[in-house]
Design a protein around this ligand. Structure first.
Ligand SMILES: Cc1cc2nc3c(=O)[nH]c(=O)nc-3n(C[C@H](O)[C@H](O)[C@H](O)COP(=O)(O)O)c2cc1C
Ligand code: SF4
Length: 517
């Protein structure tokens, strides 16, 4: 090594939770003792959480990664020549050559884990702001058209086409319009929103600014759950810098258009991720689901036309504008176009974020990319799409990761969370947990959800106890139908997915005989 050492330290909540800041302090102390001048660059995570803290060093061969590094490894790593990228048991090589990263198509997460997350020059150097510049030169109608042509669908769970939503707001008259970013991210096993907000916040800011200047909204809100303090901190710093640089604010990039951004902290209710409950919460009320119509695109925040999009939907837009609709359409399958950040969680060996075009088989994601279970035991079930997603047995592992294919198989892709369970899981308990979750998180507005979830727990308890098993199983199916078709929103309406999939695919856990195929 010659000159100053340069080390990249991931500081998103995931890496910090694994001890990255302790490792950084140990490195600072050890380098000082050795009289080595060093620069520490704070990045987000690359999303290979089983290898965090993953520390990277700038060397003559490029960036070299080591991980998972613990405080006790620091002296040993420095002795081995870590600053020159030399061999060590923890040496992972060039990060982009690690198979888990190499196999990905990183469009939305292209900069995450690479750049100093709040450095405007870093962002621009890797293609930042090109999408916003393009949107300003194209004008509103052509920008909205391009987003529609890209095939981008909402990544928050419902999969609604983003361009069509934007067009509705563009076409709705209103002196004041808003863009609201849904960063409530309450689904179990999901962290894509958090990762981008803490690793590349300008991508979200740029996506929101594009939405704002395109639909005629001058104000944007990012609704972040209070359990995400690091996201709030990083994003606020990024908003302040982007505003001071004139990129957003009163005169977006000198265009004469205004777009101001503010963060609002949610108190952490799952239902506040439902878009209309989020609007109530943003208005300072208790978060309760509103009946539709009117659509938020017509009458949303404070009764004004409002775009509501998930973090990843908005963060996908800069790439689309900069690279064209066709470029994005080239990824994916069927009507699910572009890429999806799949988030592997639960009992899985390779816990991490894998951005790829839609269309991989579920089995490939779990067994090959995820490496099977962390426990080493056989995979028994996978829940995709959060707490309201179905449990898939091995028999459904051929299902393609595609919105329509998952729906056809009785499940949902949702926000892309994949939670893995080994053969020690009790699926009757998981079904009961789904009902209990619904009972706790229900906003209470409609009866099938508020009361049905309580009755659901009782019925499952009776089945498990052996009390008229077949009758109660039929009653559970009937109750799930009532919840599915009678609930006002998808909290009560989708709980039947985990419950009925557990009952259908794993009847033995309820003490029931398997149905003949
Ligand atoms: C109970 C419930 C919770 C939800 N939680 C979230 C959430 O945390 N984040 C999110 O983006 N969408 C969530 N949604 C979906 C939103 O209602 C809405 O569809 C989404 O924010 C729209 O953005 P998109 O079109 O970009 O996906 C939730 C829906 C329901 C019914
Ligand atoms: S389904 Fe549940 S959460 Fe949704 S509106 Fe009804 S009571 Fe509220």
């Amino acid at each position: 090594m010659s000159g100053k050492a340069r080390l990249y330290i991931p500081r998103d909540a995931g890496a910090l939770g694994m001890g990255s800041s302790d490792v950084e302090y140990a490195l600072i102390a050890a380098l000082k003792k050795r009289n080595i001048d060093a620069e520490f660059i704070h990045t987000g995570s690359r999303g290979l959480y089983w290898l965090e803290p993953m520390i990277e060093v700038a060397t003559s061969q490029g960036r070299i990664a080591y991980g998972p590094v613990q405080v006790g490894d620091v002296e040993n790593l420095l002795d081995a020549g870590m600053l020159d990228g030399k061999a060590h048991a923890l040496r992972l090589g060039k990060p982009e050559e690690i198979p888990f990263l190499k196999r990905q198509s990183r469009l939305t997460f292209a900069r995450c884990g690479i750049v100093d997350r709040i450095n405007l020059d870093d962002y621009r150097a890797l293609g930042g702001w090109q999408g916003l510049e393009k949107a300003l030169s194209l004008g509103p109608a052509a920008t909205v058209d391009l987003v529609t042509k890209s095939g981008l669908r909402g990544r928050g769970g419902a999969g609604f086409p983003t361009g069509i939503k934007w067009k509705t707001v563009l076409d709705t008259a209103g002196a004041q319009k808003y863009v609201c970013c849904n960063a409530d991210e309450g689904d179990s096993g999901t962290y894509a929103d958090r990762m981008i907000m803490e690793g590349d916040p300008y991508t979200l800011i740029e996506g929101m600014a594009i939405a704002g200047v395109s639909v005629g909204a001058t104000k944007g809100y990012i609704y972040i759950r209070s359990e995400y303090p690091h996201s709030i901190h990083v994003l606020q710093r990024a908003i302040d810098r982007a505003t001071a640089a004139g990129i957003i604010g009163a005169n977006v990039m000198g265009s004469g258009k205004a777009f101001h951004l503010e963060i609002r902290e949610g108190a952490g209710a799952y239902v506040c991720g439902e878009e209309t409950a989020m609007l109530d919460s943003l208005e300072g009320k208790r978060g309760q689901v509103r009946a539709k119509p009117p659509l938020p695109a017509h009458k949303g925040l404070f009764g004004k036309p409002t775009v509501i999009n998930n973090v990843i939907s908005l963060a996908s837009v800069p790439w689309i504008l900069a690279n064209g609709a066709d470029g994005y359409m080239n990824f994916g399958m069927g009507r699910s176009r572009g890429t999806m950040p799949i988030q592997l969680a639960g009992n899985v060996k390779h816990r991490g974020l894998f951005e790829t075009g839609f269309g991989l088989a579920l089995g490939e994601i779990v067994d090959d990319i995820g490496g099977g279970t962390a426990s080493g035991r056989p995979v028994r079930a996978v829940q995709v799409g959060g707490p309201l997603g179905a449990y898939f047995p091995r028999g459904l592992f051929d299902t393609k990761f595609d919105i329509e294919a998952f729906t056809a198989a009785g499940g949902l892709v949702g926000h892309g969370g994949v939670v893995v369970f080994d053969d020690t899981v009790d699926m009757a308990k998981m079904a009961r947990f789904a009902m209990e979750f619904c009972a706790i998180e229900s906003c209470g507005k409609c009866t099938p959800c508020r009361i049905g979830s309580m009755r659901g727990m009782e019925v499952i308890d009776r089945i498990v106890k052996g009390d008229r098993r077949d009758d109660n199983a039929a009653l559970l199916a009937e109750l799930c139908d009532t919840m599915k078709f009678g609930s006002l929103c998808a909290l009560g309406g989708f709980v039947p997915y985990p419950v009925m999939s557990a009952l259908t695919h794993f009847p033995e856990d309820f003490g029931l005989a398997a149905k003949a195929a």
